[in-house]
Design a protein around this ligand. Structure first.
Ligand SMILES: Nc1ncnc2c1ncn2[C@@H]1O[C@H](COP(=O)(O)OP(=O)(O)OP(=O)(O)O)[C@@H](O)[C@H]1O
Ligand SMILES: [Mg+2]
Length: 273
């Protein structure tokens, strides 16, 4: 008898969920069936509400597929009613390394009021990435244009060609004739963000640079901090070191110090410091 009861309860449970608003919305926005399963595993209930709100405001119609899954977020290609693609980054509240996030938020004067707690931290992180993209847009750095955000969901410009997301520099690599120009673009980005907006990427590497044609786009700026952050210097030097290592591997010998010097040379071009 017990078994029958259990089966009945299970069936009822699924039946209820099947007709729940939440499940309906998941079906509506995640057109790819396997993404729905991913959704059920990694996102919480309120995430679908955030997606729903952003969609209702016209940011996109549906989420088409996962472009890439990082440690903290899933990046979807979305499409709006005019057929334009958008990048939608959804931070996972369950799996995010919030201890690590705390390090970058705690010292940022813009985020003093953030409450402790995982959800609050992930929301602050999303807002921080949006604000950082805004700063980068203001100084015309090559980063995706921010479009909207809500809770743990961020909508931004989709960087790609013919609907395909641009590859990261790590995968794309560089031709011999591109090395110098790509280096120049990296240095310009670092200098522009720093001298125009006091901003340090803090996770700059070939993994967080997209290559569209011959143009580099700098992504993943949730952790980027203002120069007033207590660890700003350390982060800045680490960025310069990563750049030096990558380009040295490709035949452009640079030390972290060289990179710093090359950035400083652009002070006059971008800022007053
Ligand atoms: N605006 C965009 N347009 C197209 N593709 C993007 C865009 N932003 C991110 N991507 C893709 O999604 C991937 C993950 O994005 P991002 O690096 O911002 O997230 P992440 O979760 O922090 O990743 P990780 O933790 O692995 O560094 C990128 O490596 C890139 O392939
Ligand atoms: Mg990344």
């Amino acid at each position: 008898m017990e078994g029958i009861d259990e089966d009945f309860e299970k069936e009822q449970y699924f039946e209820e969920r099947k007709n729940s608003k939440e499940t309906e919305l998941v079906k509506k926005y995640f057109v790819n069936e396997s993404d729905r399963k991913v959704f059920a595993d990694v996102f919480d209930k309120s995430t679908i509400q955030a997606i729903h709100t952003l969609a209702k405001k016209g940011n996109f119609d549906v989420l088409e597929y996962v472009v890439n899954t990082g440690k903290e977020a899933h990046l979807f290609r979305a499409v709006d009613s005019s057929g334009n693609y958008k990048a939608v980054k959804i931070y996972t509240i369950l799996t995010s390394d919030f201890k690590n996030m705390e390090k970058y938020i705690a010292g940022d004067i813009r985020f003093k009021e953030v409450k402790k707690g995982k959800r609050e931290l992930v929301f602050a992180w999303t807002r921080k990435e949006y604000r950082n993209l805004e700063l980068l847009m203001q100084c015309r750095a090559n980063s995706p244009q921010p479009i909207a955000f809500r809770e743990n969901v961020l909508v931004m410009e989709f960087i790609g060609e013919g609907g395909n997301a641009s590859p990261i520099l790590k995968e794309r690599g560089m031709g011999e004739n591109e090395v110098e120009d790509f280096y120049r673009q990296v240095i310009e980005f670092v200098a522009n963000a720093f001298f125009s907006k006091n901003l340090i990427h803090a996770d700059l590497s070939e993994f967080n640079i997209l290559v569209k044609g011959e143009k580099l786009f700098f992504i993943d700026v949730g952790q980027a901090v203002l120069n007033s952050h207590p660890k700003a210097q350390e982060f800045f030097e680490r960025d310069c070191m990563n750049v030096a290592k990558y380009f040295s591997k490709h035949g452009l010998e640079k030390t972290g110090e060289d990179v710093k010097e090359d950035v400083k040379k652009l002070k006059g071009k971008f800022g007053k410091k």
